[in-house]
Design a protein around this ligand. Structure first.
Ligand code: NAD
Ligand code: DAU
Length: 350
């Protein structure tokens, strides 16, 4: 099928553009593509923050506060746009284990609402998803080829096998997109990315939780033994990859985004503590996550070879040091929420 319409992409909607990764993408577009106007559609849930868009020019970025599951607002916005880049989601696994309903509503019904509007107005749609739809992989130490053989990393051909309410609703939304492409000819692409890190990530997530714990005099918390592996990518690299897929991707295709950043949680925890000048063993082991995925690892060859993308921010040590510095310098961004986030975890023994 044809490539997407790069030249006519003057007005785009970014759903979830006030969240961690969506706001990074909005900054990326404003800084790198001066002809593009961005409309952010965001409900401003606990995870959305207007401050993530502070300083952006008003003639380039408009924030519309609304729900992606509201067909009226979605219809009004989609009929005037060239493309929808869909980031909005309930995004935290631990929350999905406590109350799955908002995940079903936003991730599935919200995606359905956007797909129907894009179908009606024949609007280009890019769907931002996660590697968690593929389930998990064995640890490298348990694999004969140490994890680089066929089937030992995720590719676009890996069967879906999600573990949590979060990842199953993301998987469901991906499958809706595939069906809308096949049945209705929707002009859509999908990307599945690994774990992002960087500034503006909500402090419920692993890396910012531990950084802000240290800054608050609280001992960091590692789930279980900390053997679980995540494939870390700087959120700046996720943004450049999504733009590449939006403008050069083949309609109907799925691209996996990753930067070869596998680390186990214990190693990341100890690195954070060392970079913050603490004893690297000064953390607590707490109750493990139910159904905790063991290892994620992305094979991003298709994206690199077919679309020519490559990551730029691949030094994890330096990226983590910069991220720590950002949380140190932006206490006003996270401090007010810290007690409530920790009280919530404490209720669950975490
Ligand atoms: P986030 O939780 O930081 O931000 C989500 C944003 O969506 C918030 O601004 C929130 O207000 C908004 N939102 C939630 N429900 C909404 C609704 N019903 N209507 C409109 N807006 C709504 O999430 P994130 O970590 O930035 O993740 C963004 C997207 O990227 C998600 O789709 C997630 O599945 C995907 N993703 C995340 C990662 C990661 O490591 N964080 C990796 C791969 C893919
Ligand atoms: O892989 C992509 C996914 O990465 C995204 O789809 C999700 O939206 C995003 O939240 C992230 O999911 P994870 O569950 O991997 O991220 P989280 O930051 O919650 O946890 C990372 C790892 O750290 C995981 O193995 C659980 C562990 N952990 C987490 C917390 C909050 C701890 O050991 N201690 C903690 O306090």
């Amino acid at each position: 099928m044809e490539k997407s319409k790069e030249k006519t992409m003057k007005n785009i909607i970014v759903t979830g553009g006030a969240g961690f990764i969506g706001s990074n993408f909005v900054h990326y577009v404003v800084n790198n593509h001066p002809d593009v106007h961005v409309t952010v559609l965001d409900k401003l849930t606990y995870a959305g923050n207007k401050e993530n868009l502070a300083g952006l020019p008003a003639d380039r970025v408009e924030l519309v506060v609304g729900d992606i599951a509201d067909p009226e607002i979605v219809d009004q916005l989609v009929k005037q746009t060239d493309a929808v880049v869909h980031y909005a989601a309930e995004s935290h696994n631990d929350n999905s284990l406590k109350d799955p309903f908002p995940f079903v509503q936003t991730n599935i019904v919200g995606t359905y609402t956007l797909l129907e509007a894009c179908r009606k107005y024949n609007v280009r749609y890019h769907h931002v998803s996660t590697d968690e739809v593929y389930g998990d992989l064995p640890l490298r130490e348990d694999l004969p080829g140490h994890g680089d053989g066929p089937g030992e990393k995720f590719t676009a051909k890996t069967p879906y096998n999600p573990s949590s309410p979060y990842s199953s609703t993301k998987a469901g939304s991906d499958l809706l997109v595939r069906a809308w492409v096949r049945s209705f000819g929707l002009q859509a692409t999908i990307s599945n990315c690994s774990n992002n890190y960087g500034p503006y990530q909500h402090i419920e997530k692993f890396i910012p939780r531990q950084i802000t714990n240290v800054l608050s005099g609280i001992r960091p918390k590692l789930y279980g033994e900390g053997k679980n592996v995540r494939d870390w990518i700087h959120t700046n690299d996720h943004s450049s990859a999504v733009w590449t897929i939006l403008t050069k991707g083949k309609i109907g295709e799925t691209y996996l985004i990753g930067a070869d950043g596998e680390e186990d949680n214990k190693t990341v925890m100890e690195l954070i503590l060392e970079l913050m000048g603490q004893d690297k063993h000064a953390y607590d082991h707490v109750k493990d996550r139910a159904g905790h995925d063991l290892r994620y690892a992305i094979d991003s060859t298709k994206l690199r070879e077919e679309l020519g993308w490559k990551p730029q921010f691949t030094n994890f040590h330096d990226g983590l040091a910069d991220t720590i510095q950002w949380y140190q310098d932006h206490e006003e961004w996270w401090k007010a929420e810290k007690d409530a986030v920790e009280a919530n975890y404490a209720k669950n023994g975490q």
